[in-house]
Design a protein around this ligand. Structure first.
Ligand code: FES
Length: 153
């Protein structure tokens, strides 16, 4: 029964894709009719360095089973060092999430250039497969943790 439920489970992945690379790779995958799992909800950001750790925590708190960040390859960031900043944040956040009981497969950073539609397909499909094996996150956040949410501009 539990195995059957796991098989039917479709993970929700919040994907933050850099406008200059991974977002274009996703676009290319679409125009090339390269099919990948439809489990991502893509949020376009101008650089992977723009992804604030708060965005990731909020995605998990609001029901995501996984978070994927896609950025330009090291050395190719349009803002020089945004992706290095993303990498530093990713490493810290990954440790923090692990302490919170969130498995490391649920949070992922990939370097995917605009021409790498195949790599995008692989990253999404691979993440979906791993999340299906893990099952839903069911991350409960006490309501009082979001008590001040409305006041944030
Ligand atoms: S511009 Fe793509 S990661 Fe910075």
């Amino acid at each position: 029964m539990a195995d059957e439920r796991k098989r039917e489970f479709e993970p929700r992945i919040v994907a933050f894709f850099c406008n200059w690379c991974t977002y274009l790779a996703a676009d290319l995958a679409g125009t090339a009719r390269l099919q990948h799992a439809p489990n991502t909800r893509v949020i376009r950001v101008m650089c992977s360095g723009r992804v604030d750790p708060q965005f990731v925590l909020e995605a998990f708190a609001k029901g995501a089973d996984g978070v994927l960040i896609g950025g330009c390859h090291p050395g190719d960031c349009h803002y020089q060092e945004g992706n290095y900043k993303a990498l530093r944040r990713y490493n810290l956040l990954k440790r923090m999430l692990k302490d919170m009981g969130i498995e490391e497969e649920r949070f992922r950073l990939e370097w995917i250039s605009a021409s790498e539609a195949e790599r995008l397909k692989w990253a999404v499909d691979d993440m979906v497969e791993k999340l299906k094996a893990l099952g839903p996150l069911n991350f409960e956040v006490p309501r009082e943790d979001f008590a001040g949410e409305e006041s944030v501009a």
